[in-house]
Structure formats: C-alpha cells, structure tokens
Design a protein around this ligand. Structure first.
Ligand code: IYR
Length: 224
C-alpha cells in the first residue's frame, strides 16, 4: 500500500428518499427493542454468530485507524466461573458501601445487587480491552489515539450487532475491572474496558420500568 493510496467508494448505497425515511424509522423501532437484561438462559449460541458480531465491532472508526481494542470472547465454564467469583467479590464491596449513598440510591430503580448468576449462565461473556498503545508490524511500540472514544464506538456497534442477530445483552462494568486482565491472559498495555454478556433471555426475563424511560428528542438534541 502507498502512503496516500485511496480506492473509489464503490459500496455506498443511496436509497430513494422515502426508503431512507422508512429505513430510519424501522431501525429506530428495532433499537427500541434493545434492552439490558439480567436474566439469561443457558441456551448455547453458535460461535460463528459471535465472530460475525465481533467483526462488525471491528469495523468501527478509530483514531488513525489503529483499532485499539481486543475482545476476549469467553464460552468456557471454568473461565466464566472465575469471572463470576471475582466480579461478585468486587460488587459486594461496592454494594456494601464503596459506591456511596447517592450512587446506591440512583441504582435502586434497577433493582441490581451483587449477585451475578448470569455471568455463569449466559453462553458468552465478551471482555473488551482498550489498548493505550499497540505494536507496529515489526514489534515497535505504536501510540494509539482517542482510545476511549474508539473503544466506546466499537462496543456500541457490538451491542447493536448482537441485538440485530437476535441476542440479548447486558453491559457490565464490575468495579474495579482489572481482574479481567489476569483471567483473560491479556498483556500489560491493555485495560479492561467493559464486559458484555450475550445470550438468549430467560423465559422469566424482565426489564426495569425505569430503564424503559428514554429521554424525548427535545431533551437530547438541539437543531441549529
Ligand atoms: N456495576 C454494578 C453497579 C451498577 C452500576 C451502574 I452506573 C448501573 O447502571 C448498573 C449497575 C452492577 O453491575 O451491579
């Protein structure tokens, strides 16, 4: 590849205006059916589906296209058990005081606590790692840019891809999260960013009423 090598944009699709309108409205409806759930079934999910969703996340834009992410897709019961044990231990500290009164008050409508059986039940846990720096092909250290922004976008696309495939998800940020580095055998230059739980919802899965209240357009957007 030459330094300024470009190729024509030959896969852009322009839709007729009415189709653009209906596609945007249809996708809104699709995404309005995405809910974080905390009751998962143990029904297996084909690895290929997860691979496709990870490849979708990998198409995310990133600073200088350095793609500063790693996804550790966990299906092994032994590893899931380790994640659950350590996450629950940290969460107990969080719910027993470390969170502080205000935070615990704000979480009340979600009904969460330190018990996380889904970390063992759900077929897939995806531990997302951010890379502050990476490596060139020859093994030299390479600086990454806008790491949080890039990984955040990739996670958004991952959740969207999983939902689009017909799976339920939960974004989980055990605090602290650094135990995931050891559990997933990740190198020094990576920081655990988020844990995504993916699978089928349990038959009895519920959504907190609080989580369904999304802000109206006028309070999230302005037009100038
Ligand atoms: N990580 C904890 C607490 C928690 C924090 C926020 I902010 C949430 O939106 C939900 C939960 C837990 O998973 O229980």
């Amino acid at each position: 590849m030459q330094p300024h090598d470009h190729s024509p944009l030959d896969d852009f699709i322009e839709y007729p205006e009415n189709e653009m309108m209906s596609r945007s409205a249809d996708f809104l409806q699709t995404m309005q059916r995405r809910h974080s759930i905390r009751q998962f079934s143990d029904r297996p999910v084909d690895k290929k589906v997860i691979e496709n969703c990870l490849l979708t996340a990998g198409t995310a834009p990133s600073g200088a296209n350095h793609q500063p992410w790693h996804f550790a897709a966990i299906n092994s019961s032994t590893v899931k058990q380790k994640v659950r044990e350590q996450a629950e231990a940290h969460e107990r500290g969080f719910y027993e005081g470390r969170a502080g009164e205000q935070w615990l008050q704000d979480l009340k409508p979600l009904g969460t606590d330190s018990s996380k059986p889904y970390l063992e039940l759900a077929p897939w846990l995806i531990a997302v790692f951010s890379q502050k720096s990476g490596e060139t092909e020859s093994g030299d250290k390479r600086q990454n840019y806008y790491v949080h922004e890039s990984v955040g976008i990739a996670v958004g696309m991952l959740i969207t891809a999983l939902h689009n495939a017909g799976l339920a998800t939960l974004t989980h940020t055990p605090k602290p999260m650094n135990f995931l580095t050891q559990v997933c055998n990740r190198p020094e230059n990576e920081r655990a960013y988020m844990l995504i739980i993916a699978g089928y919802p349990a038959d009895e899965a519920t959504i907190p009423a609080h989580a369904k209240q999304k802000k109206p357009l006028e309070s999230i957007a302005s037009f100038l």
